[in-house]
Design a protein around this ligand. Structure first.
Ligand SMILES: O=C(O)[C@H](O)COP(=O)(O)O
Length: 237
């Protein structure tokens, strides 16, 4: 029986500043690094041994995976990165303060953008390699996406669109590993993991509004041979 573990990255610099992060490549804060190491300690305590790891192409998820696996004594585990596991693209909201956005557009509208299944955020107008926020430059659409066919990269996503681009990767890679009985760990993001959890747990479009995934708390699914969920627990919650 395979185990699947989902880890949302530790707190990022922009989580700490309460900014919409999305596809902007920000780093872990010091607290985020501690959370990632703590996640690894919890995996070790649980006796989990992995055959394969997956992560996004965003630094905060990649470094979370590495800190966690190192802490668990499993930095050797093969890993694959894909843009399909990236955070949902937050469109023109990226770089904006979440509280200020709520003052500007109202709490309800911002909650709908953040948690609804199928309402799109305001879209970006074009692809820029970098963005400047509060006097600092951050990577956005850079060379890491060079191989992605034009038109596949988003300018803003809701959870539905996020799930539509996560699923082909899940089906082609992760599901195959699980069917072979491999234990898999995925270090990714609040909304790419909400999308995947929606699919795995068959959560309805309405109920997915209430699913929150905390930074650095591994979610462990124990799967049956047909990949139905035998049990789910969240470590460190
Ligand atoms: O992209 C972000 O800002 C966060 O990682 C997730 O944000 P949310 O909780 O507002 O969806």
């Amino acid at each position: 029986m395979a185990k699947l573990v989902l880890i949302r990255h530790g707190q990022s610099e922009w989580n700490a500043l309460n900014l919409f992060n999305g596809w902007i490549d920000t780093k872990l804060s010091d607290k985020g690094i501690d959370q990632a190491k703590q996640a690894g300690a919890l995996l070790k305590e649980e006796g989990l041994v992995f055959d394969q790891a997956y992560t996004s192409v965003l630094t905060r998820a990649i470094t979370t995976l590495h800190y966690a696996l190192e802490e668990a004594g499993q930095l050797y585990v093969p890993e694959e990165k894909s843009w399909r596991l990236n955070e949902r693209h937050y469109g023109a909201l990226q770089g904006q303060n979440k509280a200020e956005a709520a003052e500007k557009w109202g709490d309800d509208q911002v909650h709908i953008w953040r948690r609804s299944y199928d309402v799109l955020p305001p879209l970006l107008e074009n692809y820029e390699e970098t963005v400047e926020v509060q006097g600092k430059t951050y990577p956005a659409f850079d060379a890491r996406y060079a191989d992605v066919p034009f038109g596949e990269l988003p300018l803003g996503e809701n959870l539905k669109v996020t799930l539509e681009r996560v699923l082909p990767f899940y089906e082609a890679k992760i599901k195959k590993d699980l069917e072979e009985g491999k234990n898999v760990v995925i270090a990714a993001h609040g909304n790419s993991l909400r999308a995947l959890a929606k699919h795995l747990e068959k959560i309805s479009d309405d109920d997915i509004l209430n699913l929150e995934i905390a930074n650095g708390q591994p979610i462990v699914y124990d799967l049956a041979d047909d990949l139905s969920i035998k049990s789910k627990k969240t470590l460190g919650a």
